[in-house]
Design a binder for this molecule. Structure first.
Ligand code: SAM
Length: 298
């Protein structure tokens, strides 16, 4: 359903879900709207109830808290949706930052849409945006990976995809996996410019603007502490073209033709593109195709 400005106010016959962004370190970063919503909600669903209790105590708010986390998110989302259908308002807070960003928030949000329950988001702190704005790296276009997958194959696939990424890359990482992730990033992406953003909005906030090799070297001798966001510069268009050209030169001429023909591009056009990639004439491509076919036959 699309809401217009005129019907933006929620109808009070049904309850709704309020996605409440909470501080990622500095408690003063909470917004007035979030405070009001937490005060007025019938139920507060929290990823870590102990953490949220501390926040509520700090704000002087007493409320009914229920847990909503990775291991109960489907069942609990259904229970909370039942309550919202009966008219109760639910405020969702995750561990820190904006619900739905690399945390279980998206499950209950989707369920609300599926069941016709209204959802609104109260914007506020988010580690991704805080780090990106602080990084000094190009922020006009970026790609957010969240946590890299734990599964070895899937992780390798994601890292390979990132190799040719021209947008700035944003990755969340825990201190336990930082060393491994930095060395893998260096190996696959090469020695990129990076900003290691740590403990944002907290007392020991730091942003190290270094190359991946320097970060990798540093953390060989120092144990990571606290929470991290890694911002990595994407490839420039020129670097991308060079990488592609190098990849093409590693291919046989038929394999190179297949790159385009498999996309439905006709033979003549594919020859033109292959010639351009290799900086040679179409006649030379034609000759190479003949030679490669003859080599295979002999
Ligand atoms: N929903 C949150 C948000 O809006 O940013 C992210 C939740 S995710 C489970 C937690 C990760 O966010 C951490 O492992 C870290 O990578 C990043 N993070 C959260 N708070 C941070 C902080 N104060 N400084 C640096 N990174 C932080």
């Amino acid at each position: 359903m699309i809401y217009t400005d005129t019907d933006h106010e929620p109808e009070k016959s049904a309850g709704m879900l309020y996605l409440c962004a909470t501080p990622i370190g500095n408690l003063s970063d909470i917004t007035d709207r979030v405070k009001e919503t937490l005060k007025n909600a019938d139920i507060i669903a929290a990823e870590d109830t102990r953490n949220t209790l501390k926040l509520l105590n700090h704000l002087g708010i007493k409320a009914q808290l229920v847990s909503y986390h990775e291991h109960n998110k489907y069942d609990r989302a259904a229970e909370l949706a039942d309550k919202m259908e009966k008219g109760l308002d639910v405020a969702l807070v995750t561990d820190a930052g904006t619900p739905g960003i690399s945390d279980p928030g998206e499950v209950i949000t989707k369920m609300c849409y599926d069941r016709g329950i209204r959802v609104t988001s109260l914007p506020g702190p988010c580690a991704l945006v805080t780090a990106l704005s602080l990084s000094g790296l190009p922020a006009r276009r970026f790609v957010f990976e969240g946590f890299l997958p734990g599964d070895r194959k899937e992780r390798h696939r994601v890292l390979e995809d990132l190799r040719s990424e021209i947008r700035t890359i944003v990755i969340y990482e825990s201190p336990h996996h930082l060393k491994k992730t930095l060395s893998e990033l260096l190996e696959v992406l090469g020695d990129r410019e990076t900003a290691i953003c740590r403990e944002l909005t907290k007392k020991f906030e730091s942003v190290e603007r270094v190359r991946l090799s320097e970060a990798d070297e540093y953390y060989k001798d120092h144990d990571p502490r606290g929470e991290y966001v890694l911002i990595i510069k994407g490839l420039s268009r020129e670097q991308l073209e060079k990488e592609k050209a190098a990849d093409f030169l590693d291919m046989g001429i038929n394999e190179h033709m297949a790159v385009y023909e498999d996309q439905g591009i006709d033979h003549k056009e594919a020859m033109k593109m292959v010639a351009k990639d290799r900086g040679i004439s179409r006649r030379e491509v034609y000759q190479m195709l003949l030679d490669e076919t003859n080599d295979k036959r002999s």
